[in-house]
Write a protein that binds this ligand. Structure first.
Ligand SMILES: [Zn+2]
Ligand SMILES: [Zn+2]
Length: 395
């Protein structure tokens, strides 16, 4: 009896319990990423009902998270990302608040009926959801898990449970929502602060590649560049092979060179090429010529222009940098205008015309990198125009 009270039924050593913690935490992270995020929120993949039921049950057992709430809060995040109304933006609340108080921010957003009404459409509404997962039985899952682990492992089981309960609040609400908008690198010039925290998405199930995700929210695969790894995508491939998942949408893999597709279909790709081939080299050139910007100026220059426009002081600082460096002003203004190429034309032909106008001016801008870039894009636009003209009518 004494042994049972001290060690539970199984009397397993500490290392085995650590193993259970790691495996169950990973399973939870992957269930959240695959089911709540990629399947329910973005419809990038269609998981088989068996997988969906497993994920729903597992998430209930280990996190007490309701699908509709999670989906609604996350869709709201995407719709107003890093602006007023974003439920957990470090830009609005401060990184420390999101890192350590992410759960509170999530709860506040999930408790807003308007958020649930507008963004929570299309999530499960069956008996299980109404009566158990999102109903009165919502917290029964985590209590059941606690009871089971105490019976199996004694007091250490309670410790294991406490660690399991901390997993998602730290990794999802804190790390992905906080660091994913503050720390790391950016592949894409998205109008937000999203960053890829690491190129290897393992610990957070692939969610580390957060800038890639904001560039292509509807893509089932988060990795984009050579050397990046998304473990969630690896599992999806396995599930798909077994007939347990259908991949609905994928972002095109990052092309080796500017392609026709980039020009009209994927603003993120062309903006990212602009960043790499025009903005960075021009920035390096002026630095080489003795330009020494302050840390704040540097941050403002690289910030998405969409995030800058709200602060008068920031605008003034940026203006002073651009005034002192005409080449930077040119590439910065062309960056803003390139973004708007996609805003003003809903159809391929309109976008092409907008892009042509942009190119006409960029090719004689006087900034070498911009002229190289626009010349190459110009060739493709011409080629594309010929193909569009050559297509049969009604295509
Ligand atoms: Zn985000
Ligand atoms: Zn998302």
């Amino acid at each position: 009896m004494d042994t049972f009270l001290a060690h539970g039924l199984l009397n397993w050593p500490l290392w085995a319990l650590i193993g259970i913690w790691l495996v169950t935490l990973h399973l939870t992270v992957v269930a959240v990423s695959l089911y709540l995020h990629r399947d329910q929120t973005h419809r990038a993949v269609r998981l088989h009902p068996v997988v969906r039921h497993f994920c729903r049950g597992w998430i209930w057992l280990t996190t007490a998270t309701e699908t509709r709430e999670w989906v609604a809060v996350h869709r709201r995040h995407h719709s107003v990302v890093d602006h007023e109304g974003d439920p957990h933006s470090p830009r609005m609340f401060g990184l420390r608040t999101v890192l350590f108080g992410g759960v509170g921010l999530y709860r506040r957003a999930a408790g807003d009926p308007e958020t649930l009404r507008i963004y929570g459409q299309g999530t499960p509404d069956d008996w299980l959801e109404r009566r158990i997962y999102a109903g009165p039985g919502n917290i029964v899952g985590i209590l059941l898990l606690m009871g089971l682990e105490v019976v199996l492992f004694g007091p250490l089981g309670l410790t294991l449970w406490a660690f399991q309960m901390m997993g998602i609040p730290i990794l999802a609400a804190g790390v992905v929502n906080g660091l994913g908008h503050a720390v790391g690198y950016r592949n894409y010039d998205t109008p937000d602060l999203s960053h890829n925290i690491l190129p290897w998405g393992v610990v957070c199930g692939g969610e580390e590649l957060h800038n890639n995700h904001h560039a292509f929210p509807g893509s089932a695969r988060f990795s984009q560049r050579y050397g990046e790894f998304d473990i969630g995508w690896m599992y999806l491939r396995v599930l798909s092979f077994l007939g347990l998942a259908e991949i609905e949408r994928l972002a095109p893999a990052d092309p080796k060179s500017v392609s026709l597709q980039d020009l009209v279909g994927y603003r993120a790709h062309l903006m990212s090429r602009y960043l790499k081939e025009v903005l960075r080299p021009t920035w390096r050139n002026v630095r080489r010529d003795g330009f020494r910007p302050s840390r704040r100026s540097r941050r403002l220059f690289w910030l998405s222009p969409k995030l800058l426009s709200e602060s008068v002081a920031d605008c003034a600082t940026l203006e002073s940098i651009l005034d002192s460096q005409p080449a930077l002003r040119t590439v910065y203004e062309f960056r803003v205008r390139l973004w708007h190429v996609w805003d003003s034309g809903a159809h391929t032909a309109e976008r092409l015309e907008n892009l042509r106008e942009w190119l006409r001016q960029a090719r004689t801008s006087g900034v070498r990198q911009l002229e190289y870039f626009s010349e190459r894009v110009y060739q493709l636009v011409e080629q594309m125009s010929i193909e569009i003209v050559a297509q049969p009518t009604g295509g």
